[in-house]
Design a protein around this ligand. Structure first.
Ligand code: KIV
Length: 275
């Protein structure tokens, strides 16, 4: 059964919500078959798929391209499109149009956007347009330079209080959930208790209503760096490299393709062809 926003809201306090990122058809299909509740087409696409340094380097066209592929694969999970930086932080009037493109063109169920100085105005307009919004506070990678880099946020009472207020404002505006990225676990616990919508943690400890990971981190498919909060459930990179090396050896030696990988032509046809 297809997950709805109402289903996600109803999970708070009943069971933990599971969320993973996906960017393409095959992995989205496997994640969906495994019964994950929410699939985020994250702007982490920039790092883990496109080999870029920063998430600010992807735009709407790349995000929509991948969101469409994910959506084709998914039968049950709620699909959330991640608004890239240029889609809402540079030109606020365009933010609603871009949010609508995720819903209408890519058939996503909701969008996510990161906290920034005009976040409340933009979120309010998108929700007014009847587009479900997932908030994202704490470490917001698109504007990490303004937060002192890729650091845990809310470690002192003053900044922690700001994060609590941000979460409450986003709830008041009608967001259906909020990602808490890289905040102390006890702060995540306070936020989770204070708001009625689910919190989804990444580097935010075990008290959140749900958890999200980047699928390439979980599978060991991203070798450039591994944040402390990542649990690698399998390390696929060496397995994939080994398979590719075996293929190379077998092609060079002539072991592949074997008879069973080849097509045949009837002997008489071959004779006709040769004569
Ligand atoms: O783009 C992404 O992968 C994200 C998650 C880290 C929440 O925003």
């Amino acid at each position: 059964m297809k997950m709805t926003i109402q289903d996600i809201l109803a999970l708070k306090g009943r069971r933990k919500i599971t969320m993973l990122t996906a960017y393409d058809y095959p992995l989205a299909s496997l994640i969906d078959q495994a019964g994950i509740d929410v699939i985020l087409v994250g702007d982490s696409l920039a790092n883990v798929v496109l080999g870029l340094e920063s998430t600010t380097q992807v735009g709407m066209s790349e995000m929509l391209h991948h969101a469409k592929a994910v959506r084709r694969a998914v039968k049950n999970a709620l699909v959330v499109g991640d608004m890239p930086y240029e889609a809402y932080q540079l030109n606020i009037p365009q933010a609603v149009d871009n949010a609508r493109r995720f819903i209408e063109e890519a058939k996503c169920d909701a969008i996510k956007l990161e906290w920034f100085d005009k976040c409340l105005e933009v979120t309010e307009e998108i929700i007014k347009a009847k587009i479900p919004v997932m908030g994202h506070i704490g470490l917001t990678p698109q504007t990490a330079d303004k937060l002192g880099g890729f650091k845990v946020q809310g470690k002192d009472a003053e900044t922690a209080k700001k994060l609590i207020t941000q979460a409450q404002r986003l709830e008041d505006l009608g967001c259906f959930s909020i990602v808490l990225e890289c905040v102390p676990d006890r702060l995540a616990e306070i936020i989770t208790k204070k708001i009625k919508i689910p919190t989804i943690g990444i580097g935010a400890g075990s008290f959140c209503d749900g958890q999200v990971l980047v699928i390439h981190d979980l599978l060991g498919l991203f070798e450039r760096f591994k944040p402390k909060f990542v649990k690698q459930y399998i390390n696929l990179s060496p397995l994939i490299k080994k398979a590719i090396e075996e293929y190379k050896t077998e092609v060079i030696s002539g072991k592949f393709p074997a008879k069973e990988h080849s097509f045949t032509i009837k002997g008489e046809e071959l004779e006709k062809l040769k004569s």
